[in-house]
Design a protein around this ligand. Sequence first.
Ligand code: DAH
Length: 360
Amino acid sequence: MDGLDTLKAKYLTAVAGASDESALEEVRLAALGKKGEISALMASLGKMEPEVRKAAGANLNLLKDEIDAALRAKKAGLADAALDERLRSEWLDVTLPGRPRPQGSIHPVSQVMEELTAIFGDMGFAVAEGPQIESDWYNFDALNIPPEHPARQEHDTFFMARAADDARPPHVLRTHTSPVQIRAMTAQGAPIRVIAPGRVYRMDMDQTHAPMFHQVEGLAIDRDISMANLKWTLEEFCRAFFEVPSVELRFRASHFPFTEPSAEVDIRCSWEGGQLKIGQGDSWLEILGSGMVHPKVLAAAGVDPAKWQGFAFGMGIDRIAMLKYGIPDLRAFFESDLRWLRHYGFAALDMPDLPGGLSS
Ligand code: DAH
């Protein structure tokens, strides 16, 4: 019996001292494995007298069970400790924001269109759209530009090809966004407040002209809208768009067939060291055409000029994008040069809005 107590003490100490699962397995094999010490004693029972064997067998089984229980308890303890250790070392902060790596960038023209939409949206203007292939009635006649009018020549129009026997009215690639005025008023009537950003086409190509470029049209019609509302709206727009505390606009009398009176609008600026600064300085930069919508234009769109009046304006989007973001050559806008797009492009997730800042 003394022998068994010694064995018990030996293995329980070994179990307690095992520092990991493989050390514990070695202890198990040494005691209870096929060639282990306890197993050898079990095998020796066969040679004993039946009376002796009975008592010795019972004691051996007891010892075997005790060592087995100690092994299991230790094994569970080691597994718990291993799990605790993993939980401590392998953690992940699920509250960290993701780190997206967007491919590509937003083109400055798209960015500026979003900025325009945000600013005019804040002033109650909705976005209106029209087709880029337009009938010459919408592009010219309805805007008080009859067929013999010289403005038709000035527009360097692209005409759609037609078979000689095709009787449908001629279509053109729209030369300006002004026809959207007609479409919006015809669809919605008055009062109305819309902007219409989009592509326009003219046969022209040099450093400041491309055959396709972008304009935004503005239109506000109500009972008593005046030039004063036009001036405030444009000042407010320029201040927000160029992100300067104040701007000064100069209205120069001009002529457009679709407005009466008409004005071209310049913004005060300076060119210090080749750097354009909007808002202050001794120079003026022309940024748009505008005026009070001509009664004939209202009538063409089914709006009664005796009851309604308002202003319209048209502005080159590419041009104000060049001015705001210091982009020198218009042609590069449409060359799809990846280096240019990476340099002048905007982050895809950085959509402009007024509270968040337009270009920040
Ligand atoms: N449609 C004119 C152009 O393309 C720009 C323009 C001038 C639009 C005056 C207007 C306006 O709405 O009132 O040159």
